[in-house]
Design a protein around this ligand. Structure first.
Ligand code: ADP
Ligand code: MG
Length: 225
């Protein structure tokens, strides 16, 4: 089922003209010159709005594999605060959501898109106020995101274009299947959904069947870096 092991020699600078130049500059400033395999192989599919499952071991760079195209696409779509949420990124734990949020902050330097972290343990009121002002990229844990979708009137997600299920194996291990089902029910159907995971098993495949459009691309990197 896996795509072939493809060795990529590309550099981020080769994406000039294809990806917003501020993103490329920010990647350079973060010290990244070459995309990892999962980043190089998933990027064109992500940019083409395809649903996909990206599997690669922990540490292979899956975070930027989705953050780079997400940010580029929302820039292209001219997302503003008034448009509300364009992308939701679901993480299994508060710590992972925090890490993703930190990377997002660096990718977004000098880019006018709003973002926010939505995790248990934080003050909900602060998050609610943020949602009222307008958040383009939501990073959070399933429980808190579902909570806001149910109870925060100003969680404007009718314009949502992309849903990312990050660390899907861990999401399921933590018992979040029902939360994710609840979130999906509240989101527009006409969206791109992308699932990243270190491992793929029957449970992850079932989640993909539930959340992704039929016939998603499966990209599986056996041995990155
Ligand atoms: P995963 O989600 O696959 O476990 P992460 O996205 O957390 O992996 O990335 C793992 C590490 O690799 C991080 O320290 C990150 O900064 C680094 N990294 C990501 N992309 C690149 C790249 N293109 N070149 C070098 N290092 C990278
Ligand atoms: Mg990860």
């Amino acid at each position: 089922m896996c795509a072939e092991h493809i060795i990529s020699q590309s550099r981020f600078s080769m994406l000039e003209g294809k990806i917003d130049s501020r993103i490329l500059r920010n990647l350079k400033d973060m010290g990244f010159e070459k995309p990892t395999q999962i980043q190089a192989i998933t990027l064109p599919h992500m940019l083409l709005d395809e649903d996909l499952i990206g599997a690669a071991k922990t540490g292979s760079g899956k975070t930027l594999a989705f953050l780079v195209p997400v940010v580029d696409k929302l820039i292209q779509m001219k997302f503003t605060k008034e448009k509300g949420v364009g992308c939701i990124i679901i993480s299994p734990t508060r710590e992972l959501a925090l890490q993703t949020n930190e990377v997002l902050k660096m990718v977004l330097r000098d880019i006018n898109l709003s973002y926010g972290l939505f995790v248990g343990g934080e003050k909900k009121l602060k998050e609610t106020l943020l949602l009222q002002k307008g958040v383009n990229i939501v990073v959070g844990t399933p429980g808190r995101i579902l909570d806001h979708l149910k109870s925060t009137e100003k969680f404007k997600c009718h314009n949502l274009k992309i849903l990312i299920l990050d660390e899907a194996d861990k999401l399921l291990e933590a018992g979040f299947q029902n939360h994710i089902e609840g979130i999906i029910k509240k989101l527009p159907k006409n969206r791109q959904t992308v699932l990243f995971s270190a491992t793929i098993d029957d449970k992850v495949e079932n989640l993909a069947r539930l959340a992704l459009r039929s016939d998603p691309k499966l990209i599986c990197i056996q041995d990155d870096k």
